[in-house]
Ligand binder design. Structure first.
Ligand code: DQA
Length: 146
């Protein structure tokens, strides 16, 4: 059976394509999900894909991933810069974690320069647009040995 990778998306990413397209591009989250499923299939990975605007739901998805997933890709969106609770949840996950940001957060406001999640990430992909998700899956496939 293919190893499972859980892809998690934080608040406001449900509006991808409509929200600040000059920063985040015109691709919708449904299109990102379809790309991830296609790339995942090519890499021999089984993809679980979630988005939530609620911090506790993201924590619950991480707890769910503990039972099943070989790796996590996470774009925590604004929770990146605020959430010790998501960091703590990720610390309970044994497999590799790749953090993704669509925009180059280092070119933006200073409050976006710090990530709580990076402390637990095996790798961080920043500013590569939505293509960053495919890069993250390629890296995870290598780390997992899929
Ligand atoms: C983001 C960057 C965050 O600062 C922001 O709050 C987001 C999206 C990105 O993908 O570039 O919602 O994580």
């Amino acid at each position: 059976m293919s190893p499972i990778v859980t892809i998690l998306n934080g608040p406001n990413l449900n509006l991808l394509g409509k929200r600040e397209p000059e920063i985040y591009g015109r691709e919708t989250l449904a299109e990102v999900e379809a790309d991830c499923r296609r790339v995942g299939a090519e890499l021999g990975l089984s993809i679980e894909f979630h988005q939530s605007n609620r911090e506790y739901e993201i924590i619950d998805f991480i707890h769910g991933a503990r039972e099943r997933a070989a790796g996590i890709v996470i774009n925590p969106a604004a929770f990146t810069h605020t959430s010790v609770a998501i960091l703590d949840a990720l610390h309970t996950f044994a497999g590799p974690i790749i953090e993704v940001h669509i925009s180059n957060v280092h070119k933006r406001e200073a409050f976006r320069h710090h990530s709580f999640v990076s402390a637990v990430a095996s790798g961080v992909i920043i500013g590569c647009g939505t293509q960053g998700y495919a890069f993250a899956l390629q890296r995870l496939a290598k780390l997992i040995g899929a």
